[in-house]
Design a protein around this ligand. Structure first.
Ligand SMILES: CC(C)(COP(=O)(O)OP(=O)(O)OC[C@H]1O[C@@H](n2cnc3c(N)ncnc32)[C@H](O)[C@@H]1OP(=O)(O)O)[C@@H](O)C(=O)NCCC(=O)NCCS
Length: 333
């Protein structure tokens, strides 16, 4: 890692006076105010409430707030990855009453200046978007990769029963229940996800996307990922053609007993992708009680057959139609 400086950041003094906004580094005390302005975000699937505390502790991350008259009106987080060469932009949000006035643009530019001042080796800014990109965005960004987003919801107890029925049907009709899904321990995951085989043949444009965070397969990034609660899976630990990462279930603001599962699957073989999806679901529905929003990210052509499988075989509810997660980059200017 080339990054050396992880002290609390000094804020650039000249930016605020031009815009009427003040910029501060987020602290634990700001949590309630940030949550208050985040009520409607991501249809109730906001990850920030569970990540906020750990984000404040991460050494190469800054969580920056924009304030108007002292009140928090916007947030963005920037995290330096890829051996110090890339900044990952996340969490962007503006208070509903302040949207459409250019606040996000000002905050993005402020954060870029801050990153350039503190991490001069950073050359590229990377982010994921799931909204419709327009011509202006295509001028601004290079597209790194796209994954289809399949969002389904179910009660964990119901799906557990459905999966057990499906297994017994398979056995009754003489099919194989042996899943081509190998759960990797951390050292195997580290070795495999840095291997040329996965990088060239499985990962989309050589990118590991984990719960909206896109990383190059580098040892320093694997060290960041190793700190998270993730299940790493492949179909074959020697020559994988499908690989997947699944978060442990975590609470989301949509409702009291609602959990979120994020499954990123890489690879193009429908049967193997389906098996890994089922393996992750089996693992987590074994113990989970309550409602689950499950977001599955996969190669776009696999969306339709997987959606049909979810509807007709698993009997789970599709929350929305096809949408896309787009990983984009631009030079840090
Ligand atoms: C998206 C949102 C932050 C835009 O805020 P805003 O102050 O109304 O936006 P602005 O008027 O400054 O203009 C939008 C600018 O932000 C950019 N932008 C929009 N969504 C973005 C995103 N997810 N990441 C980075 N930039 C984004 C636009 O491309 C535009 O850039 P430009 O100035 O170069 O044209 C705001 O509508 C919001 O908080 N929405 C709910 C949360 C959300 O969807 N966040 C984005 C996903 S991380």
């Amino acid at each position: 890692m080339k990054i050396e400086n992880s002290l609390p950041c000094p804020l650039l003094p000249e930016f605020p006076s031009q815009t009427g906004l003040q910029f501060t580094v987020a602290t634990e005390e700001d949590f309630d105010e940030i949550m208050a302005m985040s009520q409607d975000i991501y249809g109730g699937l906001d990850y920030l409430p569970t990540r906020y505390g750990s984000w404040l502790q991460e050494p190469h991350r800054m969580v920056i707030l924009a304030r108007k008259d002292g009140k928090v009106i916007a947030l963005e987080s920037v995290c330096v990855i890829d051996d110090g060469e890339t900044v990952l932009v996340e969490g962007l949000r503006v208070a509903p009453q302040e949207r459409g006035k250019g606040v996000a643009g000002v905050l993005l530019r402020f954060c870029s200046q801050l990153v350039k001042a503190r991490y001069p080796d950073v050359k590229v800014s990377r982010l994921t978007r799931d909204d419709q990109l327009g011509p202006k965005d295509f001028q601004k960004y290079r597209i790194i990769t796209k994954q289809g987003i399949l969002l389904v919801r179910f009660r964990a107890e119901d799906l557990k029963l459905r999966l057990a029925e499906k297994d017994s049907d398979t056995q009754r009709f003489g099919g194989s229940t042996v899943p081509h899904a190998v759960l990797l321990d951390p050292s195997e995951a580290h070795r495999l996800f840095l291997s040329a085989g996965i990088t060239q043949d499985v990962l989309p444009n050589a990118t590991i996307v984990q719960d909206w965070q896109p990383f190059k397969p580098l040892p320093s990034n694997m060290a960041i990922l190793a700190k998270k609660d993730i299940d790493w899976m492949v179909d074959d630990a020697i020559r994988p053609s499908v690989a997947s990462l699944c978060t442990f279930p975590f609470h989301v603001p949509i409702g009291e007993d609602w959990y979120y599962l994020n499954i990123d699957i890489f690879g193009k073989d429908l049967d193997l992708v389906r098996q890994q999806f089922l393996s992750h679901l089996r693992r987590h529905t074994a113990t989970l009680r309550g409602n689950v929003m499950c977001q599955l990210f996969l190669d776009p052509p696999l969306w339709e057959p997987l959606a049909e499988f979810c509807r007709n075989t698993l009997g789970v509810e599709l929350v929305k139609g096809y949408t896309e997660q787009c990983v984009v980059e631009s030079d840090l200017v």
